[in-house]
Structure formats: C-alpha cells, structure tokens
Design a protein around this ligand. Structure first.
Ligand SMILES: Cc1cc2nc3c(=O)[nH]c(=O)nc-3n(C[C@H](O)[C@H](O)[C@H](O)COP(=O)(O)OP(=O)(O)OC[C@H]3O[C@@H](n4cnc5c(N)ncnc54)[C@H](O)[C@@H]3O)c2cc1C
Length: 322
C-alpha cells in the first residue's frame, strides 16, 4: 500500500514512525516552533531548524487529485492509496502587523525590531507573552495588548499571574481588557486608547494551513474536518492530523496533540487499529524573564520542574527525527 504524508511537522513525523511512507515537505528542515521566539530574540535561525536527514522529499504541494489519488507538487506528482494531510497552521493576518509563523519570519522580525525603539504585541497568549519578554530583553519599550482580563487565559490563574508579575518586573506595559480595532500608521487603536509603536507584532489567531482551503476540503477555521478516527469527512482514503485537522469537537493546536494525532491517524490509515482519537495535553510551558513556568498535568509549576518539562518536550521532538 502506497501511503503518502503531506507535511513533515510534529504530526507527519510521528505518523512516519508508525509506518514507512513517502513524506513530502516544502522545507528541508523540521521547525522546532518552541524555539521561534529564540530565533527572534538572538537572530540565529539554527536554533529552530532541524535537518530532515533524508526523511522527506522536498516539494511544495500545489494540489491533490482526490479522484485519481495523486498529490501534485512543484516536482511532479505522486500516487497514493492512502493519504495523510498534516500541513500545519497559518496565522490570521491583521493588516499592518508582522507575524511569526516560520523561521524566516522570526529572523526578519529580529532585524526589523533591532532598529526600532517601541514594539507593540497584540495578544497575551503563550506566543505574545514570550515575544514581549524577548523584545524587552532586546532593550525595547514594549506594549502587550490583550482583549481579555488576564494573560494566558487558557492556563491556570497562577500561570497568568506569574507571567504578569514577571513582565511588570521587566518593565513591559501590559494592557488588559483592550480590544484592538485597527492599526493606523504607527498607532494601535483600541476601543479607548491609542498606542504609538514602531513595529506591531500579531500573535492573535491561528488557523489551519492555507493548503486545506486550496484543496477544497470541508473545514472549520481552515482545519480539515475529520471524524473521530481522523478520517476526512470528504474522502475515505484521506486522513488528517495536527493543526491542519480537527474533529467537530475542537482539537487544540499544540505540538503534543499533533504528535498523538499523527500516530493515531497512521494506525487507522493502514488498518492496524480502528481507534477513536483521544489526546492528553500534558504540559504547557513558557519562558518569561529567563524563568520557566507553566501548567504540568493541569497544575502550576515553575523553576527546575518547568524547565525539565520543557526539555522533555523538546527531546521528544528531536526523537521524531531519529
Ligand atoms: C511561534 C510558535 C511557538 C509555538 N510553541 C509551542 C510550544 O511551546 N508548545 C506546543 O505544544 N506548541 C507550540 N506551538 C504550536 C505547535 O508548533 C503546533 O501545534 C505544531 O507545529 C503542529 O504540528 P503539525 O504537525 O500539525 O504542523 P507543523 O509542525 O507546522 O508541520 C507542518 C509541515 O507542513 C509543511 N507544509 C505546509 N504546507 C505545505 C505544502 N503546501 N507543501 C509541502 N509542505 C507543506 C510545513 O513546511 C511543515 O513542515 C507553537 C507555534 C508557534 C507558531
């Protein structure tokens, strides 16, 4: 049986571990997204790039002929019997803001921010909080604007409070309960204030890769809709995993969940099992002001335990490439 995987990220590589397949990716390296903020802070792309070492065919997928079972890339087309689509996320674009989706984005943003004084960051989630800390470490005047009444609103209140305290200590201007209405020139306009800034970075809103909509697949928020076995609702021989797929019940966009989904999808795809997808979110760890903290199995942790949890997560990602 010819199995093809589109996308060699967390989900695709985890699926490849289960069953030898043709893996197609537009890059020749795996992106360790946990390190993108470090690329932004220090301007070194190598900390987030991990070469595939011959595991993939490098090519950009342009389309899929689902009737003839062919994946069409810029290098030619590849036949499949079963297909796994795991092409990841994209960021919702807010006009006049910078995004940080790829290593190239992080590097370009590093160069941009180096030459300015004031930085505004939209969104107080994990990425926004880490970017605020990193920008401050680069010596910038930083505004972090969040629409809700706390940072990291999907984490424990201890994590939210820890992040706020550390950012305040660093001198970051954290602005809560402000809805951004638009960016005009060098001003961020919210419901009742204007914040001047040289660079505005958006860390609001992730969706599925644009490829999902280009392929014409049924989707929610750009994520292909799959059933509980991670099978496409449109085609029986196509499966989805990771950020580019979701069941009707929301599946979180996280590396840990993507790894679990990749494994289940491939096992179901090759017929080794017929397992409904269930996931566990073990740890959500952040680094602010040089300090690790976060939620481990739903409980707040900081210091060495948090750092260890982060390192275990990264070590697991590295193992995917072995
Ligand atoms: C800045 C940042 C920091 C993050 N930090 C964390 C964290 O600390 N912890 C955590 O759990 N999660 C984190 N995440 C989320 C995590 O990275 C994603 O949930 C995870 O990458 C999803 O894995 P995936 O396999 O679905 O997609 P990805 O890992 O994005 O892999 C998708 C792959 O598909 C390839 N691809 C896409 N389109 C095409 C195409 N047309 N043709 C060929 N190849 C294609 C891409 O090159 C990529 O290699 C972070 C995300 C970002 C953006």
């Amino acid at each position: 049986m010819r199995t093809v995987i589109i996308g060699g990220g967390f989900a695709g590589l985890s699926a490849l571990k289960v069953h030898d397949s043709l893996l197609i990716d537009e890059r020749d390296y795996f992106t360790l997204t946990h390190r993108l903020v470090d690329v932004f802070r220090i301007g070194n792309p190598d900390v987030a790039k991990m070469p595939y070492q011959g595991k993939t065919i490098k090519g950009r997928v342009r389309s899929v002929d689902f009737r003839r079972k062919k994946v069409v890339t810029d290098l030619g087309s590849f036949d499949y019997d079963k297909l796994l689509i795991s092409c990841g996320y994209s960021q919702k674009v807010i006009p006049n803001t910078y995004k940080i989706e790829t290593v190239e984005d992080a590097l370009a943003l590093h160069e941009k921010v180096r030459g300015v004084r004031k930085v505004a960051i939209l969104g107080g989630g994990l990425l926004g909080v880490e970017l605020a800390s990193a920008s401050r470490e680069m010596g910038k005047e930083v505004y972090l604007i969040e629409g809700g009444n706390r940072l990291l609103n999907f984490m424990t209140t201890e994590s939210s409070n820890f992040a706020l305290r550390e950012l305040n200590d660093m001198g970051v201007h954290v602005i809560l309960n402000e809805k951004v209405e638009g960016i005009e020139g060098n001003k961020v306009k919210t419901n009742d204030m204007e914040i001047e800034s040289d660079v505005v970075i958006s860390s609001i809103g992730f969706k599925g890769s644009s490829l999902i909509q280009e392929l014409g697949l049924t989707n929610i928020n750009g994520r292909m809709l799959v059933d509980e076995y991670l099978r496409s609702v449109d085609y029986d021989d196509v499966f989805g995993a990771g950020d580019s797929a979701t069941t009707k019940k929301f599946v979180p966009m996280s590396a840990q969940v993507a790894v679990q989904a990749g494994k289940t999808a491939m096992m179901n795809m090759i017929g080794d099992s017929e397992e409904p997808f269930q996931y566990k979110q073990y740890a959500v760890i952040a680094k602010v002001n040089g300090k690790y903290f976060g939620d481990l199995m739903g409980r707040f942790v900081k210091g060495r335990l948090a750092e260890m949890a982060e390192k275990v997560g990264i070590a697991r990602a590295v193992m995917l490439l072995k």
